[in-house]
Design a protein around this ligand. Structure first.
Ligand code: CO8
Length: 261
């Protein structure tokens, strides 16, 4: 598959997608989002891929939706295609992707860029990362999860401040607030993101799927429903050979060799 706005590679069992539209600070034009959907779907359907890294450039992860493209849009048109769940389905592909996606963020992750990182399963940040929802400054508002995922990730107080003022939050603050799992020196972001994704991809894929869905239950739903979901998911790992292999390997003091990767 060839791409105009992405660079797509693979490192062992990790699929790497790099947003590559540097002249527009990786603004998320429709073409880019459509390509992202294709790349994600391809990796998600590939049994040889156990995790995905989504990253951008050194200075910008993504500066949000493409403002030029949006300038002359009208409400009826956006509503008809349910933008950003556009007809080409790019954004929806990110929402439905079941392979864990690590967002590796250096520089600006703003507006739709911040929302894109938050739609991933976890965010690893370079110390240069800056997160924000500046839509209010251009007369609009977050439209792809900014007012929802940000609140769940960092709480109402800080999310409200960021969305109402457009202020950017640096990497250290983002880690303290719980938006990112870790901050690493900018020069080590790629290596660390690959290491993180490789660790995930080395585990049993069906178990990883259940853990991911269980954590998302906590993020999305009420506690009792989440606890029940988790118990059932835990119990169902006992249907996998990989569960027996993992525990046997521990007892025999050797590394497990998981069958379902
Ligand atoms: N859209 C289009 N072009 C952009 C965007 C953007 N979001 N951001 C930057 N660019 C372009 C600039 O126009 C400029 O192009 P040119 O060189 O041709 O003039 C080039 O990228 C470099 O930008 P700057 O000169 O502004 O670079 P600076 O380093 O001075 O500033 C900033 C970097 C701070 C990132 C600045 O560019 C900026 O503030 N960008 C806009 C950020 C923003 O407002 N984002 C929110 C957009 S709205 C949104 O995301 C709604 C989300 C709804 C869901 C979307 C799903 C896809």
């Amino acid at each position: 598959m060839s791409y105009d706005y992405l660079r797509v590679t693979r490192e062992g069992r990790v699929g790497v997608i790099r947003l590559d539209r540097p002249q527009a600070h990786n603004a998320l034009c429709n073409g880019l989002v459509a390509e992202l959907g294709r790349a994600l779907d391809a990796f998600d359907g590939d049994a040889e891929i156990g995790a995905i890294v989504l990253t951008g450039g050194d200075k910008v992860f993504a500066a949000g939706a493409d403002i030029g493209e949006m300038l002359d849009r009208d409400m009826a048109g956006l509503q008809a295609e349910d933008f950003p769940f556009a007809a080409d389905g790019g954004w929806a592909a990110l929402e439905r992707c079941r392979t864990p996606v690590v967002a590796a963020v250096a520089g600006y992750a703003l507006g739709g860029g911040c929302e894109m990182a938050m739609a991933c399963d976890l965010i690893l940040a370079a110390d240069s990362a800056k997160f924000g929802q500046p839509e209010v400054k251009i007369g609009t508002m977050p439209g792809a999860g900014g007012t929802q995922r940000l609140v769940r990730a960092i709480g109402k107080a800080k999310a409200m401040e960021l969305c109402l003022t457009g202020r950017m939050m640096g990497a250290e603050e983002a880690e303290r607030a719980g938006l990112v799992c870790r901050v690493v020196p900018a020069g080590e972001l790629e290596t660390e993101a690959l290491a993180l994704a490789t660790t995930i991809a080395g585990h049993s894929a069906p178990v990883v799927r259940l853990i991911r869905e269980s954590v998302n239950q906590a993020f999305e739903g009420p506690l009792q429903a989440g606890l029940t979901f988790e118990r059932r998911a835990f119990q169902s790992t006992f249907a996998f050979e990989d569960r027996r292999e993992g525990m046997s390997a521990f007892a025999e003091k050797r590394k497990p060799s998981f069958r379902h990767k």
